[in-house]
Design a protein around this ligand. Structure first.
Ligand SMILES: [Zn+2]
Length: 143
């Protein structure tokens, strides 16, 4: 006798079942005599691995990767923001106005500017030939 842990592909129920041999399992499977104890589906497979354990480990690995990726990006953004804050003047919501006044009035500025602008503003600035750069921004910085 051999005991198999079976997994229903339809309802994900796993259950144990006894067979005379592995050959008998194949035979019964071929004859469609093995069905799910829960939903009666014939989509029952031999469950060779412990899926819960594996998927849990996998999920943890993926989450870890995501967190590392996020922290890396976050660090990069922090560096950007530090650089911008010390090299650019903050103009807040007046960004589009300030960008235009620099562009059209040849207003001499030692520093570039940064601030917020709507998508519409950015599109218009671009059409007017004013270069802008979009950067990701994280609020509530401590520096
Ligand atoms: Zn089922």
């Amino acid at each position: 006798m051999i005991k198999y842990n079976l997994l229903c592909k339809k309802c994900n129920l796993s259950f144990d079942s006894w067979f005379a041999s592995s050959k008998e399992f194949d035979k019964l499977k071929k004859k469609k005599l093995i069905n799910c104890h829960g939903c009666g589906s014939l989509k029952v497979e031999k469950n060779l691995m412990a899926p819960k354990l594996i998927s849990k480990t996998l999920t943890e690995q993926i989450e870890k990767k995501d967190i590392q990726k996020y922290q890396k990006i976050r660090r990069k953004i922090n560096e950007y923001q530090k650089f911008i804050k010390s090299n650019f003047d903050y103009v807040g919501e007046n960004f589009a106005y300030e960008a235009r006044s620099i562009h059209y009035n040849n207003k001499k500025k030692n520093k570039g500017i940064y601030g917020t602008a709507s998508k519409k503003d950015l599109k218009e600035l671009k059409e007017e030939g004013i270069d802008t750069q979009l950067i990701p921004w994280v609020e509530n910085q401590n520096n």
